[in-house]
Design a protein around this ligand. Structure first.
Ligand code: PMP
Length: 450
């Protein structure tokens, strides 16, 4: 193992990091995280902080769940890998499929297809949507609708329905036939509508309008996050998801709930769809499915979709899609252990209680700091703080100031994430009330550094 000075010297010299400028990162090297315990992480210089990022919206169980670690280790020794392509399976995969389907039964899910992460799962959903319509004699249903500000990963399909141009422009042209509706972002929107319920109505009207314009018979699916995460923790009005679900049903458009962040308790319910009382046709999951102890994702399907695939006698219903690591036995062992630990700890209830505490605490900080333009959250452990130079004009705070706040918050004891001009928080769902106090105290110190 290299010593600390060697590691620092080589930091970002050979490694291109996701979502970073490679040249810039060579000059301003990233923090090297060395160890983790409970809800804290410790960097290579020995500085320990509360991880208010939860890894990347994913370390739901925190970093010290020995049951999950042991299950992974045991499986590594028993069967480290075998393919699940047609012809072979493995015991943990069979068990995981039953566990996952049962977990999402209240959401109307009936079958599962495993992947290696969220982007894989989104692309799986998009491909399966097209195949579903083809099997039903509507091969012309190929288009996709989604919301601006949505994040659906970085594969070509996911990037095409992604609602933030940062992930799109450098990689265009993307998939043709993808169209975007306004985000339920009450703080800024083209309608200048600050009432979330009225905004939901306007988005529903925009969807109807777009469907008429495209012709419903050409649209395969609509995808949305129940709460937009990476886009800035954008919480829609409770009416939005049911409204859009209803429109999709009326027009024969499949509804995909991207639950990669929202699933497994983060919103205060076991799924974001359940939080808003919606049953989608497909769900994409990742992150909390293994609490990040092993990379796993999945796409889930309703009974209606299962029936179309399973009863079709032609070869056209074969799934010519999949990944080497689909249903990876070690990943599946992680899923099984993680799911039972997640339920046993009732993470959703803690997410709801601590989420409210964090949200209310941050709202109070608004009284102290004019640079807080908008605070979003209040539905589980997802909180966003939008930083502005000027509250009246809502001018985004300069990035140099945001970086200074980020560093000062870290030095004061908490890791938060920068997303545009927002500070984003999605801590482990095992967080305690005292941890929330630490986060709030660090934020106060950090914000004072602007
Ligand atoms: N969908 C959503 C809602 C996400 O938040 C993410 C990742 N943050 C993805 C998809 C992509 O997942 P991954 O990074 O595992 O490919």
């Amino acid at each position: 193992m290299k010593d600390i000075d060697d590691l620092k010297a080589m930091n970002a010299q050979n490694l291109w990091h996701p979502m970073g400028h490679p040249g810039e990162m060579q000059k301003n090297a990233p923090t090297i995280i060395d160890t983790a315990e409970g809800v804290t992480i410790t960097d290579i210089d020995g500085h320990t902080v509360v991880d208010a990022v939860g890894g990347l919206w994913c370390a739901n169980l925190g970093y010290s769940n020995d049951v999950v670690k042991q299950a992974i280790a045991d499986q590594l020794f028993k069967l480290p890998y075998y393919s699940a392509f047609a012809g072979t399976s493995n015991a943990p995969a069979i068990e995981a499929s039953e566990n996952i389907v049962n977990f999402f039964k209240p959401d109307g899910m009936a079958r599962v297809f495993f992947t290696s992460g969220g982007s894989d799962s989104v692309d799986t959903a998009m491909r399966m949507a097209r195949q579903y319509h083809r099997l039903r004699g509507q091969p012309q249903r190929t288009k996709f609708l989604s919301l601006k500000k949505g994040y659906h990963g970085t594969h070509f399909g996911g990037a095409s329905v992604n609602g933030n141009n940062r992930f799109r422009i450098g990689y265009e042209p993307l998939l043709p036939g993808c169209f975007h509706l306004p985000s339920p972002y009450a703080y800024r929107n083209p309608f200048n509508e600050t009432d979330p319920a009225k905004l939901a109505q306007l988005i529903a009207q925009a969807m109807e309008d777009e469907i008429i314009f495209q012709d419903a018979s050409t649209i395969a699916a609509f995808i949305m996050e129940p709460i937009q995460g990476a886009g800035g923790v954008i919480v829609p009005d409770a009416t939005l998801m049911p409204l859009l679900r209803d429109i999709c049903t009326r027009h024969g458009i499949l509804f995909i709930a991207d639950e990669v962040i929202c699933g497994f308790g983060r919103t205060g319910d076991w799924s974001g769809s359940r939080h808003w009382g919606v049953q989608p046709d497909m769900m994409t999951i990742a992150k909390g499915v293994t609490s990040a102890y092993f990379p796993v994702g999945a796409c889930l399907f309703s009974e209606k979709m299962a029936e179309v695939f399973e009863t079709n006698q032609s070869g056209e219903a074969s799934i010519w899609h999949g990944y080497t690591y689909s249903a990876h036995p070690v990943g599946m062992a992680a899923v099984n252990a993680c799911l039972s630990e997640t339920v046993k700890a009732d993470l959703k209830t803690n997410a709801s209680e601590r989420g409210t505490q964090l949200f209310e605490g941050v709202q109070k900080l608004m009284d102290e700091f004019d640079i807080i333009g908008n605070v979003r959250g209040g539905h589980g452990l997802m909180t966003g703080i939008e930083l502005v130079n000027d509250r009246a004009n809502k001018t985004p705070l300069d990035m140099a100031d945001i970086k200074r706040i980020h560093k000062a918050t870290y030095d004061a004891g908490t890791m938060v994430r920068i997303g545009g001009n927002n500070l984003l928080m999605s801590p482990p769902l095992t967080l305690t009330a005292a941890d929330v106090d630490t986060i709030l105290a660090s934020l106060r110190t950090g914000l004072s550094a602007a």
